[in-house]
Design a protein around this ligand. Sequence first.
Ligand SMILES: *Cc1c(COP(=O)(O)O)cnc(C)c1O
Length: 388
Amino acid sequence: MKIPYGKHTISQSDINAVVDILRSDYITQGPASEMFERQVASYCDSRFAVATNSATSALHIACLSLGLGPGDYLWTSANTFVASANCALYCGAKVDFIDIDPLTYNISIEQLKQKLKNAENEGKLPKIVMPVHYGGQSCEMAAIYKLSQLYQFRVIEDASHALGGKYKNTKVGSCVYSDITVFSFHPVKMITTAEGGMAVTNCENLFNRLKLFQNHGVTRNECLMEKRSKEEIWNYQQIVLGFNYRMSDVHAALGLNQLKSLNKFVKRRNEIAEYYTDNLEYLNITCPKILQDILSTFHLYPIRVKKTGKNSVSQKWLYNVMQDENINVNVHYIPVHRHPWFEKLGFKKGDFPEAERLFKEVLTIPIFPTLSKQEINHVIRVLKRHLS
Ligand SMILES: *Cc1c(COP(=O)(O)O)cnc(C)c1O
């Protein structure tokens, strides 16, 4: 079997936790999903959490909760998974992108500043900016927060890669610099529920709205219900158009047990990353750089193939060589605006050159907690053989 670029870690106690739930009274909407929400909120120092059936769903209701709609703009990174942009389109809003910093591959603060200046002149400021913590490294949130105060936009962190990460002594998800933070529990992410996601926030009002949109737009809170005569009132009302985006207790039971291993997973990924960097940094490639005051979760370990210099090779060539050596490297990401669907919306090649350059040079090599020493050394050996 090929070594994958990412993989879930499932223990016997994870299996037991899921089996226990299957034998219990509730397999959905029971105590496990609520407990999972409380524990994730507590883990990342935020007040409220809403568990969903995917991060994509959580991003969608995060946008809705902040009132994103037709005529509005959401800006996100050009270097991300399509879900970061699609959530705005689901709301009937428009999406635009911010080019990346060539060092961190996160959104460039300089580009964001310039784009905001231009947008202000044209009267097209975004309602929401969505930084994406690429590979598990937090964006420069203090600078983004400052700009949000200046230009009056709201901030949703797409932290799909970054549960367990830190920024300037705050946990990713503490929402010190944002309105809402979203996590993914897809199997390649930091912890898994098979499919699943979560939105966390410190604002009670936003929490109530997230909960509404997650659960059919239905409330049992009398204060939120429309006043009706005594005979007409029952114990719930639909007051907005919501969705069934809930997480089942079966999934939540897995998440709850996985959460116990999160710190261990982050530590192991950082050890592997350090070992990779120690062994690879003198080759003609660029290893990932983590800024000061940031703890990355190393969801990804992106290397950048250089087109010039000693022993330079092309990304495509190295990709094929690694596949032949049973190493399933990947490319993160095709810049969102280069997908046919987004080109139909008017984006084109050349719009976000740094993200496009990364796309042509990047390979994400295997990194996950159970990657064995032999596998790690195999990856290093193959890279050394072909790059030196
Ligand atoms: C994985 C991912 C998502 C979507 O997560 P799902 O839980 O699969 O819906 C969104 N944004 C980014 C950056 C991701 O990596």
